[in-house]
Design a protein around this ligand. Structure first.
Ligand code: AHM
Ligand code: MG
Length: 333
């Protein structure tokens, strides 16, 4: 079988007119940063990278050493590449314009450098999530306002999962494509072409410890799943929760399922748990490009007009028929 590398894949995408050279090169830089993060994640305790960094991020969450390392790797890899006007990260309160001594480009890159960081110290899969927007024309110096674009404006989105193998999954709108890191060769190999999410599923993912805080539509939906064969759904459902969104979404892309981090009474003031611009939007773009659906329970995630860089949203995504059912329960009321 011909082994197609990420580099070859991206060049072919460009030849088909699906992306320009500048976006292709940006994807290469992001992939290079992902490889560097994978090296650090895989060394674990041997490299002294586990544990707390001793600082808090913008969300007031304690940063892990690997959160900080992954953030630095992504910023350093991307700031001199010439493809970006600015970056934004879960770990940094303000946007990060490209320093004046580097050339600027037309894209904005947003990322969660290390998603699922509560799993780092216990050697369970974590990942990186990223989203690419175009910087609105005419912005000499990018501002936070330039980032305030709905998810439908994303030109590319992707994630990597640092699991038993490191995988990179991305879309530029034309399907979802997965690559596996060949560590010896140091290159990503195209292993999962056109990943799709089946419309129906028997698996769901939710943090059930929050059950008492859920709203009635989610209570109803999950109760019906748990009732199994004897309930209105007339079949048994299985539950999985990794607590790394990348790993939970990757499972859904591999074999279907529904993932929910719904609005709950504990989170109501914040608007949800997960962040719109660098968690929900890129995952929603990927899930839709794979034939699935992604809503807040009430509206399509990609249609939300953001008003804050770090804003949070409820997330319901995955197999289309299940997401539509949960959304219907919310809208019925
Ligand atoms: P993080 O970006 O700080 O790691 O938080 C996001 C993570 C998601 O990956 C995951 O789905 C969720 O938080 C897990 O939440 P919980 O700890 O409630 O299980
Ligand atoms: Mg995260």
């Amino acid at each position: 079988m011909r082994r197609v590398t990420l580099t070859q894949f991206l060049i072919e995408q460009q030849r088909k007119g699906l992306m320009g050279a500048d976006l292709r090169l940006l994807m290469e830089v992001v992939a290079r940063a992902v490889k560097a993060i994978a090296v650090n994640v895989s060394k674990g305790a041997l490299a002294g990278v586990l544990g707390e960094a001793g600082s808090d991020n913008v969300q007031g969450e304690a940063q892990k050493k690997l959160d900080v390392i992954a953030n630095d790797i992504l910023i350093q890899a991307n700031e001199w590449g010439g493809h970006l006007a600015a970056m934004a990260s879960e770990e940094v309160e303000e946007i990060r314009p490209i320093p004046s001594d580097y050339p600027k480009g037309g894209f904005l890159l947003l990322f969660d450098p290390l998603d699922g960081s509560s799993n780092i110290d216990v050697n369970i899969s974590v990942g990186t999530i990223f989203s690419v927007l175009r910087c609105p024309e005419g912005s000499a110096a990018a501002t936070e306002a330039d980032f305030m674009q709905p998810g439908t404006a994303q030109v590319a989105a992707g994630y990597s999962v640092y699991g038993p193998s490191t995988q990179l999954v991305l879309t530029v709108g034309d399907g979802v494509h997965g690559f596996t890191l060949d560590r010896e060769m140091g290159s990503f190999i195209y292993t999962h072409p056109f990943m799709t999410i089946p419309e129906d599923t028997k698996e769901y993912a939710i943090n059930a410890s929050n059950q008492r805080f859920w709203e009635p539509p989610v209570q109803r939906y999950v109760a019906e799943l748990q009732a199994g064969k004897e309930g209105p759904r007339e079949r048994d459902f299985n539950m999985r929760w990794v607590a790394s969104m990348v790993a939970d979404v990757h499972r859904i892309l591999t074999r279907g399922g529904i993932f929910m981090y719904p609005l709950d009474s504990k989170m109501k003031d914040k608007g949800g748990k997960l962040r719109l611009m660098y968690e929900a939007n890129p995952m929603a773009m990927i899930v839709e490009a794979a034939g699935g659906a992604a809503t807040t329970g009430r509206e399509r995630i990609l249609d939300i007009q953001p008003n804050q860089l770090h804003q949070r949203v409820p997330v319901v995504l995955g197999s289309k028929n299940e997401v539509e059912r949960v959304t219907r329960y919310h809208l019925e009321g």
